[in-house]
Design a protein around this ligand. Structure first.
Ligand code: AMP
Length: 216
């Protein structure tokens, strides 16, 4: 399987991607996590992308594609789930070229569609670990100990780009760019829409049933 997950910020792409990878033995590649790691390490790329991420705007295609290109080659043998990439038609076309050159095209693109009211609630409760980047939700996916990461005991924080004003920009940017991307993958016969307004388990059941059916 070689999958890409699409959906607005807060749709649960990262959470579902992790579950898919665990169930089907795939590798998870999150463009947001990659960018945040570069930002944290303060690399030359990290410095370039800081303002884009913190203000909820897309990192320029050229830069984003370059970062993904260097990672993709190591993923194709085992199979993968891309989470947060592609986000524009230009990225989708470059991805298709890269994967065709490796003779491993995408097998499916899963679009997680979510009711806007549900999205707002999810953002309000999202917390992340600043050390290992694990994601929690105060009500929907709480850590064992309030405000503390289960993995490394660090104090959980609100991601800077989860602040309400920035979330608004991220959701608007998403809506401006998603239509042509969905059309691109629908035309390619790869798109599968999933209603992702339910709980993590409900959405996972829908995805798992469909993917397990395809595996045989
Ligand atoms: P995410 O964690 O997927 O919500 O991504 C966080 C931020 O990283 C986004 O708001 C963008 O600033 C940036 N980003 C992530 N993926 C991409 C992408 N494919 N293209 C451009 N910017 C991206």
């Amino acid at each position: 399987m070689r999958l890409a997950l699409l959906g607005p910020p807060g749709a649960g792409k990262g959470t579902q991607a992790s579950r898919i990878c665990e169930a089907f033995g795939l590798l998870h590649l999150s463009s947001g996590d990659l960018l945040r790691a570069e930002k944290l390490k303060n690399t030359p790329v990290g410095k370039k992308i800081r303002d884009y991420i913190d203000n909820g705007r897309f990192v320029p295609d050229e830069l984003m594609i370059g970062i993904m290109r260097s990672k993709l080659v190591s993923l194709v043998r085992q199979g993968f789930v891309l989470d947060g990439f592609p986000r524009t038609v230009s990225q989708a076309k470059s991805l298709s070229d890269m994967l065709d050159a490796l003779n491993r095209p995408l097998t499916q693109v899963i679009n997680l569609a979510v009711d806007p009211a549900v999205l707002t609630r999810r953002f309000e409760g999202r917390r992340v670990c600043p050390v290992c980047l694990s994601v929690y939700h105060v009500d929907l996916m709480p850590p064992q100990q309030n405000g503390i990461c289960d993995v490394d005991g660090a104090e959980l924080v609100i991601r800077p780009d989860d602040m309400p004003a920035v979330v608004q920009t991220r959701i608007e940017t998403y809506h401006q760019t998603i239509r042509p991307l969905l059309a691109y993958y629908r035309d390619a016969g790869l798109l599968w829409d999933v209603d992702a307004s339910g709980t993590v388990d409900e959405v996972w059941l829908a995805i798992d049933a469909r993917l397990a059916g395809q595996e045989v």
